[in-house]
Design a protein around this ligand. Structure first.
Ligand code: 5GP
Length: 207
């Protein structure tokens, strides 16, 4: 008999430009996964090809500030002049259904989640080198040089917070990084503190 465990809340975080989004997409390509993605809300404009409700919920500042006031966000942060946040209602629903909820957010937001839900799994993504990070931000071609500079400065400050996370995953190659995250999720399910009570119930014949 399989131990019946609730889905995990998995926070994929790290400085901008490390490839969090690409790793997350690769993670969803793993066959037979049980993941669902927490679509964030933002006030920034959609980039070419981005779809409302799929990549982000794109909203006005007024709408976002209303959500903050209504306590409808698990966390939020202002990043390079725009708001980003995680809607609470969706996460609750998915976790109850036993799915692994994957949240991809920047560092300030991840630390807020840690305060509220310490049992979530916190993964910090790092680039293979600083040079690789700068190249990635410049190649993206969607930000002005001033914005790129701000993102690099912010990344440098955020590296010092890596020690607060449960795991560090190097993004040397996207599929490798996604495989490591998958392995972390599987190992987390086997952690004694997550599964011992269910195991006791199983031994008592209650499950
Ligand atoms: P981008 O504008 O490049 O899509 O995202 C900028 C940063 O915001 C990225 O580091 C991304 O991970 C982060 N981000 C996306 N959604 C959220 C969210 O809901 N909350 C927080 N705190 N950060 C987010």
């Amino acid at each position: 008999m399989k131990l019946n465990e609730k889905g995990l809340l998995v926070i994929i975080s790290g400085p901008s430009g490390v490839g969090k989004g690409t790793i997350r997409k690769a993670l969803f390509q793993i066959p037979d996964n049980n993941f669902c993605y927490s679509v964030s809300m933002t006030t920034r404009a959609p980039r070419e090809g981005e779809v409302d409700g799929q990549d982000y919920f794109f909203v006005s500042r007024e709408e976002f500030e209303r959500r903050i006031k209504d306590n409808a966000l698990l966390e939020y942060a202002e990043f390079v002049g725009e708001y980003y946040g995680t809607p609470l209602d969706y996460i609750d629903k998915q976790m109850e259904s036993g799915k692994e909820v994957i949240v991809e957010i920047e560092v300030q937001g991840a630390l807020q989640v840690q305060e509220r839900i310490p049992e979530a799994v916190f993964i910090f993504i790092v680039p293979p080198s600083k040079k690789a990070l700068i190249e990635r931000l410049e190649k993206r071609g969607t930000d002005t040089p001033e914005k790129i500079k701000k993102r690099i400065e912010k990344a440098e400050r955020e590296y010092s917070l890596a020690y607060k996370y449960d795991y560090i995953v190097v993004n040397d190659e996207v599929t490798n990084a996604a495989d490591r995250i998958y392995a972390i999720i599987r190992a987390e399910h086997a952690k004694t503190e997550r599964s011992i009570y269910k195991y006791y119930k199983l031994m008592e014949g209650k499950e």
